[in-house]
Design a binder for this molecule. Sequence first.
Ligand code: IPM
Ligand code: MG
Length: 362
Amino acid sequence: MSMKKIAILSGDGIGPEIVAEAIKLLDCLKHNFGFDVELESAAIGGAGYDQDGDPLPESTLTICQQADAVLLGAVGGPAYEGLERELRPERGLLRIRAELELFSNLRPAMLYPQLASASSLKDEIVSGLDIMIVRELTGGIYFGQPRGIRELDNGEKQGFNTLVYAEYEIERIGRSAFDIAMLRNKKLCSVDKANVLEVSELWREVMNRLSTDYPEVELSHMYVDNASMQLVRAPKQFDVMVTTNMFGDILSDTAAMLTGSIGMLPSASLDSNGKGMYEPIHGSAPDIAGKSIANPLATLLSVAMMLRYSLGEAELANLIDVAVGNVLNQGFRTADIADGANSVSTAEMGDAVVAAMRVQSN
Ligand code: IPM
Ligand code: MG
């Protein structure tokens, strides 16, 4: 087994606290499972700005380019909100997605049976929920040109962005989604706004064309407004959903909430070679930063996704998934999933998962 290099970007807010638990887990993989790994830390987001005046320092980008995979905590915080747009933490995130060409963003939303009561929806609507949202991540309105705020002749200001997708961009995210559907229940729902937008018309056309290469996958199309409604009405009708950058941003937050805790959900952002950046879906949560109460499970599950999708270690990934299930069975809960009952700290939760991993190594 060759040595793998992982870039560790803790970022801001609760980022350093949750990533510290992922480092414990990676150390355990190294010492108890013989996983040959080397970690290199670098600054991003507000931490990058503090270090170098840049939310994505050149040195950070280089470390990420040289790594086999990237683990990210979270970026952003109130201290950076007054900065000009290009210097804000979120720009560092958007730039690293673009620089590494991480066009395929996988956001699973699955419900742990142990946490069914944490969902705001009725048990029967969410029990057994397991959706994968495939979000296009390097195109669409997030990156389209022209963009800006200009002054009109009458002196009034006008803001503008451009929603644009080239065929190759739709095709590669489509293939990514069809491939994932093949590994799951072979149902793919493409979400667009083809009743209004030309770009969606093209999106739909390309998805239909691709589907002839995947005869086993049942492809359907849904308008985004309906999709947002169906997600809260009957979410179990979905297996894999594929959509644009902005629709995916919105729908993935809804899907995450169905599971009761956004603190449980990992994500992967992949390039065309399967190299990827892995991060919890939740943000930097500045309101609870430094309190040692953040839920590290989404970050630990992101490590599992990394092992599965980028590092060819599906077995280790499965062990982590099992370990997380086991600590939930044992009753460990951080405050966000405790439902008012006793809760453990970020580090106690991380330690419990490491202990559950050690049990499996014997
Ligand atoms: C996400 C976040 C980001 C996005 C922000 C922080 C730029 O909301 O990863 O979903 O909009 O993509
Ligand atoms: Mg978002």
